[in-house]
Design a protein. Structure first.
Length: 541
C-alpha cells in the first residue's frame, strides 16, 4: 500500500454541450495530474450534465458520447472516474460511471437506484443497474456509487461487505436550504456505521430552475471530515490518503455558510448561469423603490456586474416621492444604468380607449392591473430593442396567493425570487447590506410597509395577512402539505387560513404562466408541486 491523492472536480457542466464539457474535463484532469493527483473524480453524468431531460433520447447521443470517450482517452497517468450515458447494443440506457486510465476503460458502473420523486424523473430515461464496480489501485480497494445509491443503505452495505475501503460517489444533487449540512451529517453516520471512507463529489452551477451547490466532501470511516469544499464554487479540490494511518488527511476546509448567506449565494449563481448560458448580454428590471425589486437588483449586479444591468423606474400617480428617491439612490449606489419612464400618458390612453367599454363602472383591480401591464410592456419593449433579459421581481408569498399581475409584474424570463418567501426577502436584503461598507439597499426600502402603490395609500396588508402570518400558513400548506383543518388547529384564525388556501388554489393558472425561477425549497412551483389548473377538489376539511 502507498499514499495517494484524489482530486475532486466540483464541475459545472453546460447541459448538452458534450464537446465543451469533455474538453473542460480533459483540462481539469491534466491540472490534477500536475498537482500529483492519482485519481480525479467528476460528478454524475458529467459529460452531458444533469438533468439533460429529453436530450437523453436524441438519436445521436451515443455517437457524441463515443467522441467524448476518445477525447478523454488522451489523458494519461491518472485514473478518471466520470459520469456518462451508457447506451447498450440491445437498446438499454443507463446512468453510468466509467473508470478510465491511459485510455483504457477499467470498468463501467450502472446506477442501481433511480430516483423518481420531486425534481427527479430518471425512470423515464434509464434502466436500473444491478452489478457493483470494484477496482484496486495503489493497494487500495475502491467502489463506485452514483448519487441516489449512497442513500440506499442496502446498496452501500454491499460495498462494505465486499471489503471496499473507499466509496467514490458521483452526484448531481440539487440544492435546497440546509441540504449541504444534511448530506454531511447523514453520510458521516453512514461512514461510521459501515466502516467505509466516502468521497462525495457534487455538480455545481445553475440549470434552469435547479441549483447545484457543489459542497463536495470527503469523510473518513470514523465520521470525521477530511475535506469540505466550498458551496457554489467551481474548482478542483485535493485530499491525500495516508496508507499508514488508513485514513484521509484533514485539509483546510470551507466553513458551512449561514442560512441567508447560503441562500443569497445560491440565487446569485443561479442568476449568473441562467443569463450567461442563455446568451443574454445583460438584464433589465423594473426598480419600484420596493424591497423585492431592490433585492433582485442587488442579486443581478452581484451575478453579472453592474455594467450589464439596467433598471427602470416607472412612476404613476400613486407612486410616492420616497419610492422614486429610493430607487434612484440604490441605482446610484450600485452603479447600474438607470432611467425614469413616466407611465401617465400610456395608462391614460388605455383608459380612454377602454372607456366606451367600461363606461362609468367603478374603478377596481382592472385599473390597477393596467398600470402593472403598462410597465410590463415597456420592459419587454426595452428587452426586444437591446436584447437584455427581463427579470421579474415577485416573491413566493405573492406568487402563491396571486398577488401579482399576469402580463404585468409577472412579465420576464427569469423570476429570481420565485421560491423566496417575503419574510426571507427582508432577511436577504439585510444580509446583502452587511457585505458592503455602505448599504446598497436604502434602509427605508427595508423598513417601510410594503406596497404595490397601485391606488392611494395602498399597503400589501390591505389585501393580505401580515407576512409573518401569511408565510407560516403558506409554508404549512405548500411545503408541509398540511390540510386546512390541521393548519387551523395550529392556532391560526380559521377565516384567514380559508382565505389564504382559497387564493393559493385558484391562482394555479397564473403560476403556470409565470417565468421560471431558482428552486431553493423542497416544494417549489415547478417540477415538484403539480396541481391541475381545473379541478373540483375542495379544501374545506
Amino acid at each position: 500500500m502507498k499514499n495517494f491523492k484524489i482530486a475532486l472536480a466540483q464541475f459545472s457542466p453546460h447541459i448538452g454541450n458534450i464537446d465543451a464539457n469533455t474538453q473542460k474535463m480533459v483540462e481539469q484532469a491534466n491540472l490534477a495530474k500536475q498537482q500529483q493527483a492519482d485519481l480525479i473524480i467528476f460528478p454524475e453524468l458529467s459529460t452531458i450534465g444533469y438533468p439533460a431531460e429529453d436530450l437523453l433520447i436524441r438519436p445521436n447521443l451515443s455517437k457524441r458520447t463515443q467522441k467524448a470517450f476518445a477525447q478523454l482517452s488522451e489523458v494519461k497517468d491518472i485514473v478518471m472516474v466520470f459520469g456518462f450515458v451508457h447506451q447498450t447494443e440491445d437498446g438499454y440506457r443507463y446512468n453510468s460511471a466509467a473508470v478510465m486510465k491511459d485510455g483504457q476503460v477499467l470498468g463501467i458502473y450502472n446506477k442501481h437506484n433511480l430516483p423518481n420523486y420531486g425534481v427527479f424523473d430518471e425512470k423515464r430515461y434509464f434502466q436500473e443497474g444491478h452489478q457493483h464496480l470494484i477496482f484496486e489501485y495503489l493497494g487500495h480497494k475502491f467502489g463506485v456509487l452514483i448519487c441516489e445509491d449512497v442513500w440506499s443503505l442496502n446498496t452501500v452495505k454491499q460495498l462494505s461487505q465486499l471489503n471496499v475501503e473507499t466509496a467514490l460517489v458521483l452526484n448531481a444533487s440539487p440544492y435546497e436550504v440546509g441540504k449541504p449540512q444534511h448530506r454531511i451529517q447523514t453520510l458521516n453516520e453512514l461512514a461510521k456505521q459501515l466502516n467505509l471512507h466516502l468521497v462525495y463529489v457534487n455538480q455545481v452551477g445553475g440549470q434552469d430552475d435547479l441549483i447545484f451547490d457543489g459542497s463536495s466532501f470527503v469523510t473518513n470511516k470514523n465520521g470525521e471530515i477530511a475535506l469540505q469544499a466550498p458551496s457554489f464554487q467551481e474548482s478542483i479540490y485535493f485530499v491525500e490518503y495516508d496508507a499508514e494511518q488508513k485514513e484521509f488527511k484533514k485539509t483546510e476546509s470551507a466553513p458551512a455558510l449561514e442560512t441567508f448567506a447560503e441562500i443569497y449565494q445560491a440565487l446569485v449563481m443561479a442568476t449568473r448561469d441562467y443569463v450567461q448560458r442563455s446568451g443574454f448580454p445583460g438584464v433589465i428590471l423594473g426598480l419600484s423603490g420596493g424591497i423585492d425589486s431592490a433585492l433582485t437588483l442587488a442579486i443581478a449586479v452581484d451575478a453579472i456586474g453592474a455594467d450589464k444591468v439596467q433598471a427602470v423606474m416607472m412612476p404613476y400617480t400613486y407612486t410616492s416621492q420616497m419610492s422614486v428617491e429610493d430607487a434612484t439612490e440604490q441605482a446610484r449606489r450600485m452603479g447600474v444604468t438607470f432611467g425614469i419612464a413616466e407611465i401617465h400618458p400610456i395608462v391614460n390612453s388605455f383608459m380612454q380607449t377602454l372607456y366606451p367599454f367600461f363606461g362609468n363602472t367603478p374603478a377596481d383591480a382592472t385599473e390597477e392591473n393596467l398600470q402593472a401591464r403598462t410597465r410590463g410592456t415597456l420592459l419587454m419593449g426595452l428587452s426586444n430593442k437591446f436584447g437584455n433579459l427581463v427579470l421579474s421581481t415577485g416573491n413566493k408569498s405573492e406568487i402563491s396567493v396571486g398577488y401579482c399581475t399576469l402580463y404585468g409584474d409577472m412579465v420576464g424570463g427569469f423570476s429570481v425570487l420565485k421560491d423566496v418567501y417575503k419574510t426571507i426577502v427582508f432577511e436577504l436584503a439585510k444580509y446583502r447590506n452587511t457585505l458592503s461598507e455602505t448599504p446598497v439597499i436604502p434602509e427605508r426600502v427595508i423598513s417601510r410597509p410594503p406596497s404595490a402603490e397601485l391606488r392611494p395609500d395602498q399597503t400589501d396588508q390591505d389585501s393580505l395577512p401580515a407576512y409573518d402570518v401569511l408565510d407560516a400558513i403558506l409554508y404549512a400548506y405548500i411545503e408541509e402539505d398540511q390540510s386546512q383543518a390541521d393548519i387551523i388547529a395550529r392556532g391560526f384564525e380559521a377565516e384567514v387560513v380559508e382565505k389564504v388556501i382559497r387564493l393559493v388554489d385558484r391562482n394555479e393558472y397564473k403560476r403556470r404562466q409565470g417565468a421560471i425561477g431558482p428552486r431553493i425549497s423542497s416544494r417549489a412551483f415547478s417540477r415538484e408541486r403539480r396541481y391541475p389548473i381545473v379541478n373540483g377538489w375542495t379544501t374545506n376539511d
